[in-house]
Design a protein around this ligand. Sequence first.
Ligand SMILES: Nc1ncnc2c1ncn2[C@@H]1O[C@H](COP(=O)(O)OP(=O)(O)OP(=O)(O)O)[C@@H](O)[C@H]1O
Ligand SMILES: [Mg+2]
Length: 355
Amino acid sequence: MAGPTEAQVRETLAAVNGAMSLLDGVAVKDGHIQVALAIDPTKAEQAEPVRKAAEVALRVLPGVLSATVVLTATSEPGSKPAPKQAPAAPAPKAGGQPQSPMNPEDIPGVKAVVAVASGKGGVGKSTVAANLAVSLAKSGLRVGLMDADVFGPSVPRMLGVNRKPDSDGKFLVPLEAHGVKLMSMGFMVEERTAMIWRGPMVMSAVQQMIFQVQWGDLDVLVLDLPPGTGDAQLTIAQKVKLAGAVIVSTPQDIALLDVRRGLTMFEKVSVPVFGIVENMSMYICPNCGHEAHIFGHGGAAAEAKALGCDFLGEIPLSLPIREQGDAGTPIVLSQPNSPEAEAFRALAERVIQKL
Ligand SMILES: Nc1ncnc2c1ncn2[C@@H]1O[C@H](COP(=O)(O)OP(=O)(O)OP(=O)(O)O)[C@@H](O)[C@H]1O
Ligand SMILES: [Mg+2]
């Protein structure tokens, strides 16, 4: 179905009181509409009815599969969110605990959300997220995998799916592969569109999208966060209630500040860190199976201990992990009896224990 054009979207927004003056960006693709309204963060409450009204108006356009309108703050991207104990924070609800300015929400039907994070890009976060999700599913849990990485979505490639998800007009129906329910920003947003979006807009779109998916009943939703542990990731952790976080690092990076920063970020939002996974740890020779500890051995476990968190295990650096992962079948499926698959299974078991 063709879906509405950007011009139709703008025309519709023009009829919504107050929307046009806030309009910050529109993205339209195959019936999926994403709109950003830029607001002064102190006026979020007043802007909410405008946001709602815009969404309602857009959803009834012919051919619309989904319409998401997000509020983005116009404050400087580098500015820090208000500290939890800020006196200006809204008064806690009667009888409630003092709460952070944004209360993290549960995703309906989802028992636990586990974030997979890393201090920097390219350390194998998506590989770990995909293999962890499939391993959890193989152990009998109902599992979802959400790729929140707009700039480099890789979950569709790693699980060999790239179709547009269906929608019932209000909710997106996740795709399914290898027994795992999948959703990726990559299904929804043209990579080129994502590039011109500003950070805050992307993050709000991600958060809203997580809640717009009909996950059904899930035991675990694995969330592949964008690389880094800055404000963008912090915002997601503030919006979605996380059961815990798994931090992926390579042996070379584990002693660097990045990992520590990751821990601090989750601490700030009171999300327990399940532990650190060392990826691309020892090298397994594809010919003879010999293990070589190119970057030394035991450093990661010691470093995790020094940082006061658990060590969740090591994943070998191995050609089949890359080849099969990048070809759409995670190694835990393509070579279930390999030492690599065993390493991911052990990781999944530790995560289950933490849950
Ligand atoms: N243990 C491993 N052995 C061999 N190759 C690996 C391993 N882990 C990841 N890779 C490969 O390294 C590349 C980067 O991995 P991946 O995309 O999972 O990293 P990422 O941290 O998610 O990156 P980004 O920051 O871009 O999201 C991929 O080609 C992947 O197949
Ligand atoms: Mg990735």
